[in-house]
Write a protein of this length. Structure first.
Length: 166
């Protein structure tokens, strides 16, 4: 198997099945579902809304395409880890929605009102970022890490999993 993987230009990694399921849920399955959920918001959109949709929205929803039958089968096979990651994403989005509605006192800006711009003005208790700024800061950090990562087998790439002995 190692030789076949190498012939394909990939890098062999030995990962425990439970770790594989968690990682695959985080890097493949949940991104597909999040993209599909966002794209679904536009299933009944009017022509003006669709005309104003930019490249960023198209980029984020690109992976939503795919056979629903195939994806339902894939998702059922890894349901537990996928549900755990989705729960975490839902918690983040719920906290941000509460902050934007003004129902999260820790998310208010320096003026005490929701919607204050600037990370420094979005402090919560004890100077910690509020929900909105906190998610945006963590999002920027995660995006930077992803931008610096390379898929297994790509020269100069880094990966979280140690190489398996050949």
């Amino acid at each position: 198997m190692t030789e076949l993987v190498a012939l394909c230009g990939a890098e062999h990694r030995l990962v425990r099945p439970d770790a594989h399921d968690r990682v695959t849920a985080a890097v493949s399955h949940v991104p597909h579902l999040v993209a599909a959920a966002l794209a679904a918001r536009f299933a009944g959109a009017d022509e003006t809304t669709l005309a104003l949709a930019g490249q960023g929205l198209r980029d984020v929803t690109r992976i939503a395409g795919g056979s629903p039958d195939l994806w339902c089968d894939i998702l059922r096979q890894n349901a537990g880890p996928i549900a755990e990651v989705l729960d975490a994403v839902v918690r983040d989005l719920t906290e941000v929605a509460s902050a934007l509605r003004g129902t999260d006192p820790g998310a208010a800006g320096a003026s005490g009102s929701p919607g204050t711009s600037g990370v420094s003005g979005m402090a919560g208790a004890a100077g910690t970022p509020g929900a909105l700024a906190g998610l945006l800061v963590r999002g920027n950090h995660g995006r930077a890490l992803l931008a610096g990562a390379r898929p297994a087998g790509v020269a100069g790439g880094r990966s979280a999993a140690p190489k398996a002995a050949a």
